[in-house]
Ligand binder design. Structure first.
Ligand code: 13P
Ligand code: SF4
Length: 319
């Protein structure tokens, strides 16, 4: 505990010395989220992380999350130094969508507007017409469908399928998925709902369709927290990474939060609904990156410039 307290103090000091601001995702450790809040940084969903980093005046952004979040920050802010506790923190969606195979897929469907999730590499974004996050995915699909555009959607098939069902848009899907949300089990969720018939079910749209069918509310991590705060229910079942519970409890004190059941690794799994890559962001890795100035995100300039267009389009659309 002494070690932890010392580390937190050192990180706070280093943030000031390096003119750095900490931006963290809701799925990171509670310690990291608390540090971001206490030091003038920010904790949010992936869209607002991008916005905050873009608007903040600090010369160095320290992004606690997964690699695509650091890359989006760098795409938007080439003049800033973007550090991450580790560059090993990838995302199964990003991994499922290599730029060359994706480029070939786009080439095979030149009549479609290319929409990619923020959970992709800079090289994949460079190939896109639009970048979206979960908080604006449905709105954008409706907007494009109203203009008569056919969509190529990558990489998350569950999010894409949800958006297709809700918007009626013509969507061709890449077949990626999130290893965390894919673990949620609809039958076990139904059983839990029967035990707690008063509970309100909140789900992230990366979850499978059978899970979403049981949800009272579907939305981005920020929207889920807002629903926990504003919905009249006293008890909630939460189908997303359990890192979010730190903020949910803070936003809705006195309410009860149950984790949606996962299948996966059976009795040996203590934390199935937790992203293994988000978990690589620790006080120790954060302290090291601030102390040593690395690892830092670098993106090849021609790729960055091409990726910037659809990312800016996203921010403008979301505004
Ligand atoms: P949000 O944009 O809703 O925060 O989602 C990011 C993510 O990686 C969810 O798994
Ligand atoms: Fe990617 Fe899923 Fe982790 Fe989010 S929770 S970063 S989508 S693997």
């Amino acid at each position: 505990a002494l070690d932890r307290a010392r580390r937190i103090q050192r990180i706070k000091k280093l943030l000031v010395e390096r003119d750095a601001v900490l931006v963290a995702h809701y799925y990171t450790d509670a310690d990291l989220q608390a540090l971001a809040e206490e030091t003038g940084g920010y904790v949010s969903d992936s869209l607002d992380m991008a916005r905050f980093g873009h608007e903040h005046k600090a010369k160095t952004l320290v992004v606690a999350g997964v690699r695509f979040m650091g890359e989006t920050a760098k795409i938007l802010n080439p003049e800033k130094r973007v550090l991450m506790p580790t560059l090993e923190a990838t995302c199964s969606l990003d991994e499922s969508c290599p730029a060359d195979a994706f480029g070939a897929f786009c080439d095979a469907h030149p009549d479609r507007t290319v929409v990619v999730y923020a959970n992709t590499s800079a090289a994949v974004k460079a190939r896109a017409d639009w970048v979206v996050t979960s908080s604006i995915a449905l709105r954008l699909a409706r907007h494009l469908a109203a203009r008569g555009e056919k969509i190529l959607w990558a990489p998350d098939r569950h999010l894409g399928d949800y958006v297709r069902r809700e918007s009626g848009a013509d969507i061709l899907l890449w077949q990626g998925s999130c290893v965390v949300h894919e673990e949620f089990r609809s039958q076990a969720l139904l059983d839990l709902k029967k035990r707690y018939p008063d509970a309100c079910v909140l789900a992230h749209p990366e979850s499978p369709a059978a899970v979403l069918a049981l949800a009272d509310m579907i939305g981005s991590t920020s929207a889920m927290i807002e629903a926990a705060r504003t919905r009249p229910a006293r008890r909630f079942i939460v189908a997303t990474d359990h890192g979010i519970l730190y903020k949910m409890r803070q936003a809705a004190p006195g309410k009860e939060f149950l984790e949606a059941p996962t299948g996966g690794h059976g009795a040996t799994c203590k934390s199935c609904a937790h992203c293994p890559w988000m978990a690589m962001n620790t006080l120790a890795t954060l302290e090291t990156v601030l102390a040593t100035g690395g690892p830092e995100i670098h993106i090849e300039e021609s790729i960055r410039q091409r990726a910037l267009e659809p990312v800016l389009r996203m921010l403008e659309f979301a505004a």
